[in-house]
Design a protein around this ligand. Structure first.
Ligand code: NAD
Ligand code: MG
Length: 297
């Protein structure tokens, strides 16, 4: 593959083989995954679609958020990435790639499970980028639990705080800074439509994110601010090896999709670029599914 525009067979574009013999404690480090996920480091080619835009991406240290950060920078945007303090090694790598693209990178380590932290992250991003045009609410927590009786109150609370409350707090804090032409993009999931038995709390948050996106899009459209979502299917990231899935399910991760393999973060980035750019000026309240072919409502 030369770049994201190269025509090859999507079935074989990436290997379907993922070794199950790997486990990390939450949130996991991307650099320790086998195989290393493709973030588009050597393939994403920008064409100036986000020239001069200023973006905040949560969970921008790794996985989907990192692929989006690299793509946004190569499209001409300055990018602030938020991440958990223990993810500093992953974040450093992405900051360097943003800077290599000739753009400003802002690193914002913070746990987003409190309103204060979310407000501080937005304030820092606005301060260091000189404003804000794009916010990508992408940070997420996914821990599988087989039985509801074993789903602790603490986990339920933390999953909702990370996936839903943080999106609300961040968006509310960002809104006064977003002008007409700005874009809010939320990361939802196939789990919003086809929930797994072992991801009750997580799937609940992803359905909430879909509805939050649609409702807020109705409110903000008249201000020229577009709100949309991207719904990934099974994507190879650190989330999956840090108890997002049972370890013995990793072998077959993604193989139930019509394409027969897991997706790579690099395959998600173009959807976010589209929704952030002016090309999608008439796209509002939409959920773009990037899931290897699984039908959704
Ligand atoms: P990832 O682990 O690389 O990214 C998730 C990021 O969330 C972490 O890097 C971390 O920085 C951030 N995060 C988690 N808890 C946080 C907290 N308390 N405070 C601040 N940041 C926190 O994995 P990913 O798969 O790229 O996940 C990105 C998004 O994609 C998530 O919202 C996830 O739910 C969603 N998603 C992933 C898949 C998949 O199969 N990987 C499928 C559908 C949706
Ligand atoms: Mg990470």
């Amino acid at each position: 593959m030369t770049d994201q525009y190269t025509f090859d067979n999507p079935v074989t574009r990436y290997s379907k083989d993922i070794p199950s013999q790997q486990h990390q404690s939450e949130p996991g480090l991307e650099t320790e995954l086998t195989p290393t996920p493709d973030l588009g480091e050597s393939t994403y080619r920008g064409t100036g679609r986000l020239t001069g835009r200023r973006a905040l991406i949560t969970g921008g240290d790794s996985g989907i958020g990192a692929a989006v950060a690299i793509a946004f920078a190569r499209e001409g945007a300055d990018v602030a990435v938020s991440y958990l303090p223990e993810e500093e090694p992953d974040a450093r790598r992405i900051v360097a790639l943003i800077e290599e693209a000739g753009r400003t990178a802002v690193a914002l380590p913070a746990d987003l499970t409190t309103a204060e932290a979310c407000r501080a992250v937005v304030a820092d991003a606005v301060d260091k980028l000189g404003g804000l045009d794009i916010i990508v609410n992408n940070a997420g927590k996914q821990i599988y639990v087989e039985k509801l009786e074993d789903l602790t109150d603490e986990q339920f609370d933390q999953t909702l705080k990370t996936n839903v409350y943080a999106m609300f707090w961040l968006t509310k804090a960002a809104l006064p800074h977003l002008g007409a032409g700005s874009s809010i993009i939320n990361t939802t999931s196939i789990q919003a439509y086809a929930p797994s038995a072992i991801l009750v709390d997580y799937a609940t948050t992803k359905a909430s994110i879909n509805t939050f996106t649609k409702a807020l899009s109705q409110q903000l459209a008249e201000r020229g601010i577009r709100v949309n979502a991207v719904a990934p299917g099974p994507i190879w990231t650190a989330l999956q090896v840090s108890d997002g899935q049972p370890q013995d399910a990793l072998d077959e991760f993604g193989q139930m999709t019509p394409l027969g393999r897991a997706g790579q973060p690099a395959e998600l980035a173009p959807a976010y670029v589209f929704l952030a750019s002016a090309e999608s000026s008439y796209v509002v309240g939409e959920t773009l599914n990037v899931n290897g072919g699984m039908p959704t409502p």
